[in-house]
Design a protein around this ligand. Structure first.
Ligand code: CTP
Length: 406
């Protein structure tokens, strides 16, 4: 049912497994999908354009500069599709996409594609085991591009080994699941904060922290992939296909979060907010004096999360004051360098958020500035879910699945 009326864009590259994709196109069509095919010029050595055209009941796209309308084909195809499947994907195409090379229609569309991409590699087993290919696959995976491992078997080149296109059933199911995933948060508004706040001292100096904003970014991307309307309030510069609001200080972050709060379904405070700011920000650069010490007086910043939770509880009493009568699920993050669970339990009780995601910043391999994370999700009812170490995009997805239960 998920596939019906969906726009599936299939990229076919130059490998012998290209012939198998004909069956897959027919299966998608039978399930009611609208299928368009981009065939690389090399793939047409293995199958014909006419076959693909007849099966997809659509024009087949090959040349990048075969321009029919004012909008370049690589942009209109990327806009049209709900999902992009590249099968079979050769070592060459995988590596080009990993490096952002856009030298034909298929790689240009992949480069312009902001929704889900699934690739199904197929190649000779020695090519599959090549270090460059493996590291390029890791690059793609880190960016949220899913790949379906090839299978071990007899290969067209005469070898027996890993490299055969995985089963069509597996590819079909992966597309079906991804399309289902795309609508899991449809109609929901998710507000996410990320990055460390910047508290200015004078025009050249500030107080901040090591937060890279990557966990908040991963959450925002996952929520977007799940079909949510996303607002990312961040101290960092990110180029993303959803609304971002750039802020600096805790006060600015609070103003933006408050503005977005009213019709939000989820508010996720992944930002590392400075607890204190300088009492008097100097308009001019503070000059060095003959004294050996200098004293900066700091004042407490508002606790954005705790105040949001209070605001939510007042909404529960008079919910008609809220624009759409919504009570957002509020999620906090906590960064601890010792006694992780003990501190996290005390924090969720004190702040009053629905969930608290706890991570251990004493470990160098996870958390601040790293690509991976390992967290425990605490909920108000005392439940604790531990997520094993994984890339931040996988952790983000699991956090959203855990909080998005209604
Ligand atoms: N937070 C916030 N406003 C602050 C400080 C923190 O909204 N002024 C939020 C963070 O975004 C995070 C959660 O509160 O979601 C916990 O942040 P953390 O720094 O771990 O806790 P603190 O309350 O600052 O307590 P402490 O630094 O003493 O551990």
């Amino acid at each position: 049912m998920t596939i019906q009326n969906k726009h599936i864009l299939i990229g076919i590259t130059g490998g012998i497994a290209a012939y198998k994709i004909c069956t897959l196109i027919r299966d998608f069509k039978k399930a009611g999908a609208d299928v368009r095919v981009i065939a690389t010029p090399n793939s047409l050595n293995f199958i014909t354009k006419l076959t693909l055209q007849n099966l997809s009941q659509n024009e087949v796209f090959v040349e990048e500069f075969d321009i029919k309308n004012w909008k370049p084909e690589h942009i209109s195809l990327a806009d049209w599709a709900d999902i992009m499947l590249i099968a079979p994907a050769t070592a060459n195409t995988i590596s080009k996409i990993a490096y952002g090379i856009a030298d034909n229609l298929l790689t240009s569309v992949a480069c312009a594609f902001s929704k889900k991409i699934i690739i199904a590699p197929a190649m000779n087993c020695n090519m599959w085991n090549n270090e460059a290919v493996q590291s390029n696959l890791k690059i793609l995976q880190k960016r949220g591009i899913e790949y379906l491992s090839p299978e071990i078997g007899f290969l067209a080149c005469g070898y027996t080994g890993k490299g055969r296109l995985c089963s069509l059933k597996k590819i079909y199911q992966a597309v079906d699941e991804a399309l289902n995933y795309c609508s899991k948060m449809k109609g929901k508004k998710v507000v996410i904060t990320s990055g460390g706040t910047i508290e200015e001292i004078d025009p050249v100096r500030y107080i901040s922290n090591y937060s890279s904003g990557k966990m908040g970014l991963a959450l925002a991307k996952s929520a977007y992939d799940m079909g949510a309307e996303v607002v990312l309030i961040t101290t960092k510069d990110f180029c993303v296909p959803f609304k971002t609001i750039k802020v600096k200080s805790a006060i600015e972050m609070q103003e933006s979060v408050n503005d977005e709060f009213d019709n939000a379904d989820y508010v996720i405070m992944a930002a590392a907010v400075a607890d204190y700011r300088v009492k008097e920000h100097s308009e001019q650069k503070i000059k060095k004096t003959d004294n050996d010490t200098i004293t900066l007086e700091l004042v407490k910043n508002p606790d954005i999360l705790a105040e949001l939770c209070e605001r939510k509880s007042s909404l529960q009493i008079k919910s008609c004051c809220c624009e759409r009568g919504k009570k957002p699920i509020i999620v906090g993050f906590c960064a601890e360098s010792e006694n992780l669970l003990e501190n996290a339990k005390a924090k969720i009780a004190k702040k009053g958020c629905d969930y608290l995601v706890a991570n251990d910043i004493s470990r160098k391999d996870i958390g601040f500035n790293s690509e991976e994370n390992e967290v425990a999700i605490l909920s108000q009812n005392g439940e604790i879910i531990k997520l094993e170490k994984a890339p931040k995009n996988i952790i983000a997805r699991k956090i959203l699945e855990c909080i998005n239960t209604k």
